[in-house]
Structures are given as C-alpha cells and as structure tokens.
Design a protein around this ligand. Structure first.
Ligand SMILES: Nc1ncnc2c1ncn2[C@@H]1O[C@H](COP(=O)(O)OP(=O)(O)O)[C@@H](O)[C@H]1O
Ligand SMILES: [Mg+2]
Length: 378
C-alpha cells in the first residue's frame, strides 16, 4: 500500500494490518471450525461481522476452503441456491484440481452461465431442468461433503430466509445441513431480533445447533493503540485522550470510528486535537444531511418524529412513557407503538439490551443520531 494510503477501511477488507483486534472472536471461530461446530454471528449493522469473516477466511488453515455469500438480495430458495453455486464457482480458482471438479459438477446440472457485464465474473443460474430445490441443494451439499478439503460456508444476512415465499426455509435447510460432516457454517445477520428468533427460539429447528457470537464493539484499549499506530505511521500525532473523545462520540461503533478517523486522516493535520475531530465530525454530518432529510420525506410524519426523538435521547427504554411522548409531541401510545413497529420492520431502529437486561430502542445509525442531537441543540 502506498504511503498516503488511508488505512481506515470503510467498505472492504484491506488485510490483517488494517484489521483491528477481534482476537477472541477469531480464536472462537477457528476453534468451532476445528471442532466442526457451526457459528451464529450477530451484531448491529456495521459492527464488523463481514470483515471478521473475511479476516477469518484470510487465515484459514491449509486444506480448508472458505466460501462466503451475502443473501440480502435473495428472494427465494432457488435464489439462495443459485447465489451459493455462483459463490462456489467464484471462490475456487478454476485451474485448481478442486476448481475443475467444481466446474464439472456445475456443468452436470445444465446451468445457464452468464458473465457479469461489469466485473466479468460468472453468474450461474440453474435452469428448470433440475425439477426441485431439494435435489439441487442435495447435489451441492453431497458434492462438497466428498471433497478432501474442509469447506467453511459463511452466509451473511441469513435472516433474509424469513422473507422467502416458501415457509419454514430454516427447517428445510436444517434437514440437509445436519447430515454434513465436511461442511461448517457461519450464519451471520444484522437483524438481531430475527436472528435470535431463528437460533434462540426452542420451537425453531436451528435452536442450540450453533455456537453464538454477539459481536460487540472493539476493545477501546486495542482500538486506541490501532488508531494511534496508523496516524504515527504517517508521522502524525493523536493523543490517546483525543482518541477516547472520538470513541465516545462514535460509541466505539466500528464503521463510524473508521469513517471519522478516515476523514481526520484526509485532513492532513500534524497534531490532532479536539477541534480537529470536531471539524471532521461536522463535515461528515453536513455531507450526510441530505440523506437524513430524505428520511424525512420518505417516512410518514409520525415515524419521522419518533425516529428523531429516539435519536435525540440516544437510548429509549419506555417509548410510550408520558414524559417522552409529551416532550417530543408524539401523540398517543397507540400511535407511537404503530410507528415503532414500522421503523423496526424497516431496520431503522435497533433493539438492544442494557447490562441489567432492560430492553431499549436506538436508531441504527450513529451519524443520524449525532446529526439529530446537533440539529436539536438550542
Ligand atoms: N476489526 C476491524 N478493524 C478495522 N476496521 C473494521 C473492523 N471490522 C470492521 N471494520 C470496518 O467497519 C465497517 C463495517 O464493517 P462490516 O464488516 O461491514 O460490518 P457488518 O458486516 O457487521 O455490517 C467496514 O468499513 C470495515 O472496513
Ligand atoms: Mg455485513
């Protein structure tokens, strides 16, 4: 990476030296793979699940193959299976002996193969000659099961299966997955209440079938060292006191820490102080303002008012409490509850639990929260 490369990754994995900590989570995942246990990885959006999986896949032991898919855009079981087959085709180098076997296998299923006009990468879609999805999934898993390599499949945004027209897709998947020995899964998702429904509800088939990781924010000591190290590499000073102000303002929420540090890094200031990060924060909120105002146009008024009110209070434990609804002129409890449900379904609110297990609501976007507080400042 060139000297002026901005080390704070925002949308992709840049490699181990740009990846901060997560040693415990990595050890736990590696141990699960060794013991052939599948893992469920949940966290709020942008906390670092996808990056952790990429980091894991960058250091898999020999004779292991990592395949990761994101099923957020899939709308049916067939979609899921096509996405999986495409990922297998893309992740395995076609010239390798396993790669050749992969392509022989795919061809045996009479696929339609198209190439992405922009990236040139193969897009596989299996045509209707394969009568049903049961045969299709069984063929894929049987193929992977007989390979000499251990296969690790990471399915990102797994809760999406709950949106398929076919009911009980978790039960359907479970019947095939539980027969496997050579394939280990990592199920990850940002809709924490839906992921808990799938994996912690005793009435559901995946109940107690995986090991859990609730991905929290990165340890602040480790993150402070990481941030200071990267600024120092480009001969700039950032006192740890300033780093803790940054971690406070972003709640230590990975993406937002990265975004603020990335902005400060681009400011090219030699000695970073409180005013430096506040200027960077102000610039970010200004640049995001049009997006936030779009929310106002897109959301029904009651939902917008509730979202802004929750953002201003940061965490709301009793959204129908008189004090809260009066202060923010939110109307009746029924109105608030209706808006609350709608905002959760739109993934604009996050349901969290305090240390003493009190349920609270907060917005799913730290910058939106800070913007609402800033704009609300008298
Ligand atoms: N351990 C880490 N060290 C540095 N940056 C990270 C780390 N984990 C995540 N990030 C950055 O934070 C952002 C959000 O991470 P991501 O993996 O996409 O979150 P999620 O999948 O939970 O939504 C990305 O920009 C990523 O580069
Ligand atoms: Mg992700």
């Amino acid at each position: 990476m060139t000297e002026d490369f901005n080390p704070f990754a925002l949308n992709s994995y840049f490699g181990a030296s740009y990846f901060c900590d997560r040693k415990n989570e990595l050890n736990f995942l590696q141990k699960n793979i060794k013991n052939r246990n599948s893992t469920t990885l949940i966290s709020q959006r942008r906390m670092g699940k996808t990056s952790l999986i990429q980091h894991l896949f960058h250091s898999l032991p020999p004779k292991h193959i990592g395949i990761s898919i994101d099923i957020m855009s899939t709308t049916s079981r067939r979609d899921l299976l096509n996405t999986l087959t495409t990922a297998i085709a893309i992740n395995v180098p076609s010239q390798s002996s396993f790669g050749k076997k992969v392509w022989d296998f795919i061809r045996s299923m009479q696929p339609n193969i198209s190439f992405d006009p922009l990236t040139g990468s193969p897009q596989v879609s299996i045509n209707i000659t394969t009568p049903n999805d049961d045969n299709y999934i069984e063929s894929i898993f049987n193929f992977l099961e007989i390979q000499p390599q251990k296969i690790v499949i990471a399915i990102d945004e797994f809760q999406q299966i709950l949106n398929y027209p076919e009911e009980n897709t978790d039960a359907w998947l479970r019947t095939f997955i539980q027969k496997l020995n050579n394939v280990i899964f990592i199920f990850s998702g940002s809709r924490t209440h839906l992921m808990s429904e799938l994996f912690s509800n005793p009435a559901r088939p995946f109940y107690r079938s995986t090991q859990f990781i609730n991905l929290e924010k990165i340890d602040s000591k480790e993150y402070t060292k990481f941030i200071i190290k990267h600024f120092k590499k480009s001969k700039r000073k950032i006192p740890s006191k300033i780093v803790s102000e940054i971690l406070d303002w972003t709640y230590g929420h990975t993406y937002y820490v990265q975004a603020l540090c990335s902005r400060i890094y681009d400011m090219d200031v030699q000695e970073i102080d409180s005013q430096t990060w506040k200027t960077a924060a102000y610039e970010i909120l200004k640049s995001e303002e049009s997006v936030f105002l779009k929310f106002r146009d897109l959301l029904p008024t009651n939902q917008w008012k509730l979202m802004k009110a929750i953002a201003i209070e940061s965490k709301v434990y009793k959204p129908t409490a008189n004090k809260f609804t009066t202060k923010h002129k939110l109307g009746t409890s029924a109105t608030v509850l209706k808006s609350l449900k709608a905002l959760i379904n739109k993934d604009m609110l996050y349901i969290g639990y305090s240390e003493d297990e009190q349920k609270f609501y907060s917005t799913n976007d730290v910058f939106f929260e800070r913007w609402a507080q800033w704009r609300n400042y008298p």
